[in-house]
Design a protein around this ligand. Structure first.
Ligand code: PLP
Length: 395
């Protein structure tokens, strides 16, 4: 008999994918250059030359049996050491090899981290708007995802509601900064207060509440600012990182969980996550990718195009009267739709060949997400279409 849970999921169509497919079909009709597709968060800049050179060097000079052999279930030791050194240098916390668990992207990192700090039936809190895949990542562990309502227009986490919602069963809080879909960076003030609440509630309920911090956009920060690092504010933090965006390697599936030094269970959590992999049958990312990315700890792709695109869109959207928070990072922006129903607004936008994603699947109504990981020249050409869309609501 087929499994009913997974079978039922086939009926849940992803609006992002559907929009992307519509864009392909429309491109066949009017030409790719005329479709302003802001639907998918796929990096638009190439990986750095250092990564390509590292792959070439490994393939040319390493002994193949060794290079392509199994790696330990805790991951490649050299990669783990290099990541720990990078985090220590960047954030001043004494990470060691034992704190780092390589994963298949941020997705694998979050799934392992949550499973390591929850029991079935526990509650995981997250903040709206949130990345829709958090639903399956959490459901797969047997824990229950509870969503703290959003706080427009800044979209900093709603900490008053958060304080009210934390209960005895809350064992884990899942955050994402810089945020998909808003582009908002959680401020140091927000993270300080969040840590105070977590410390108070951990005391009150007699167990530590873990913070799982999803940070695939950490390196895409604007205005020359550094993104405040949540693990620096709260000791019981598992940081989930990915090279999908910072090195433009989403297809290579590499990320990691970094257990904060001083975190409860710091000596066993990585070994536990290696055990979790046995249950998912999804052991270790490819070793050649770990070894190549080891050599790229201090580089990123040229990420500057995202800031250029953000400024063009933010300036135009505000000039047109949209309510929108200026992103501090990522390649997303999240304006309020010009009618209540974001789905209807996105259908209207299609009339001008603007492909936007309605906010409903992110747990918020009435907004749209634009993923501006596209050529700047195309962003510029899309601005008249945005003008026409806004004008259609002025009549
Ligand atoms: N978390 C967020 C907020 C994301 O936007 C994404 C991907 O877009 C992921 C996690 C998953 O990242 P990865 O592709 O590295 O698994």
């Amino acid at each position: 008999m087929l499994n009913e849970t997974y079978r039922a999921m086939l009926g849940n169509k992803s609006v992002i994918r559907e929009t992307f497919m519509y864009g392909k079909q429309r491109a066949a009709e009017i030409g790719y250059e005329n479709v302003f597709d802001y639907s998918l968060g796929n990096p638009s800049v190439p990986c750095p030359q250092e990564f390509t050179a590292a792959m070439q060097d490994l393939l040319t000079n390493e002994e193949p049996v060794n290079l392509h052999g199994y790696c330990p279930s805790q991951g490649d030791p050299g990669f783990r050491t290099d990541v720990a050194a990078h985090l220590t240098k960047t954030f001043g916390l004494p990470y060691e090899q034992k704190h780092i668990f390589p994963t298949t992207g941020a997705a694998g990192a979050i799934a392992h981290a949550i499973r390591a700090v929850t029991q079935p039936g526990d509650e995981v809190l997250t903040f709206a708007p949130y990345f829709p895949e958090y639903g399956p990542y959490v459901a797969g562990t047997g824990a229950v995802l509870k969503v703290v309502p959003p706080q427009a227009p800044t979209f900093q986490p709603n900490l008053d509601a958060f304080e009210q919602m934390i209960g005895e069963k809350t064992t884990c809080v899942l955050i994402n900064t810089p945020n998909n879909p808003t582009g908002v960076v959680y401020s140091a003030g927000t993270l300080t207060r969040m840590a105070e609440i977590l410390t108070e509630k951990s005391k009150a309920f007699g167990h530590n509440i873990f913070l799982v911090s999803d940070e695939p956009y950490r390196d895409i920060a604007f205005d020359g600012k550094k993104v405040p690092y949540p693990a620096a504010f709260y000791p019981h933090t598992l940081t989930c990182f990915s090279y999908s965006k910072s090195l433009s390697l989403p297809g290579e599936r590499l990320g990691y969980v970094a257990v904060r030094p001083g975190c409860e269970g710091e000596d066993v959590l990585v070994d536990m996550m290696a055990q979790i992999s046995r249950f998912t049958g999804h052991n270790c990312p490819p070793s050649i990718i770990q070894r190549a990315v080891s050599r790229c700890q201090d580089v990123t792709s040229d990420l500057s195009v995202y800031e250029t695109n953000m400024n063009l869109l933010y300036d135009k959207l505000t000039a047109l009267g949209f309510e929108v928070e200026r992103p501090g990072g990522t390649f997303y922006i999240f304006p309020k739709a010009l009618e209540e129903d974001a789905n209807a607004f996105c259908m209207k936008a299609r009339e001008f060949d603007l492909l936007l994603v309605p906010s409903d699947s992110f747990g918020v109504k009435g907004y749209v997400r634009l993923a501006y990981c596209i050529d700047t020249e195309k962003v510029k050409r899309s601005l008249p279409a945005l003008e026409k869309l806004a004008a259609a609501y002025r009549k």
